[in-house]
Design a protein around this ligand. Structure first.
Ligand code: SF4
Length: 255
């Protein structure tokens, strides 16, 4: 069953099930705007993010659900997305397209359109769901699985075996930053006693990397950044590399 049909059904069930006199008629009789039914306590699947009256466009966001408009970093296209969050746990429940973003929807909503328009874009109110419904590609939808992947890296990992052996140990961010900057015998605990230079020692503008090859420039150029496509984070890396002083900053296009 499609989402909008489900929402309509929920609405219809609430209206017709209210003790003989439907809520709709009761509201009219009382001269009040049409109320929404309570969300059902028992249902299969997820709680909908809102109930929408497809007759008059009233929107009632569900309590306990937060909707956030954001950006997908599933690939370098940086489409918009719309994330459904459980307010009590902060857990992401589902990811949708963002109706404000032309990469998700055409026509898309103007930036200044109220959020109620974003809810309506997923409904059949005035046929909006047929034209303004926003979508993601399959990979964008699967970012939810990537987010919940038990193999997802959440802390720095340090090599805990020979290169290529696939052994790693988690370390804190403080340890990672400190070891990267200060260097030292970083792998002595696994029997490797070579001294590894940290960024503090590499940031040397006075010593040539190789006096016989002055074109390589000073030692500071030994810090090399190999990036990929610009997914919105490269600006931070390029700023850091410029501040550090190395010319060896490469992105996808640099190849
Ligand atoms: S929705 Fe798909 S195409 Fe768009 S950024 Fe995400 S993964 Fe890339």
């Amino acid at each position: 069953m499609r989402r909008r049909e489900f929402l309509k059904l929920l609405l219809a069930a609430g209206i017709t099930g209210a003790g003989g006199l439907g809520l709709e008629q009761a509201a009219r009789a009382a001269g009040r705007p049409e109320p929404f039914p309570e969300l059902p306590q028992k249902q299969s699947g997820q709680k909908p993010e809102a109930l929408i009256n497809t007759k008059n466009g009233q929107v009632m966001p569900a309590a306990g659900i937060i909707m956030r408009h954001s950006a997908c970093l599933g690939c370098y296209s940086c489409c918009g997305n719309r994330v459904k969050i459980d307010a009590s746990t902060g857990e992401i429940l589902q990811v949708f397209g963002n109706p404000y973003n032309p990469l998700n929807s055409e026509p898309h909503l103007p930036y200044e359109a109220p959020l109620t328009e974003a809810y309506l874009a997923f409904s059949n109110y005035q046929g909006k769901g047929n034209t303004a419904r926003a979508t993601l590609c399959a990979r964008g939808l699967a970012t939810l699985q990537a987010h919940q992947d038990p193999m997802r890296l959440l802390v720095p990992l340090k090599r805990a075996g020979k290169r290529g052996e696939g052994k790693w140990q988690p370390i804190t961010w403080e340890e990672a930053v400190n070891e990267t900057i200060e260097g030292g015998k970083l792998f002595s605990e696994i029997g490797e006693n070579q001294e590894i230079e940290g960024l503090r020692h590499v940031r040397d503008f006075n010593t040539l990397i190789d006096p016989n090859r002055p074109e390589l420039g000073p030692k500071v150029n030994q810090l090399v950044f190999f990036g990929g496509r610009d997914d919105g984070r490269m600006v931070f890396a390029s700023r850091f590399m410029r501040a550090f002083g190395s010319i060896n900053y490469f992105t996808h296009g640099s190849t």
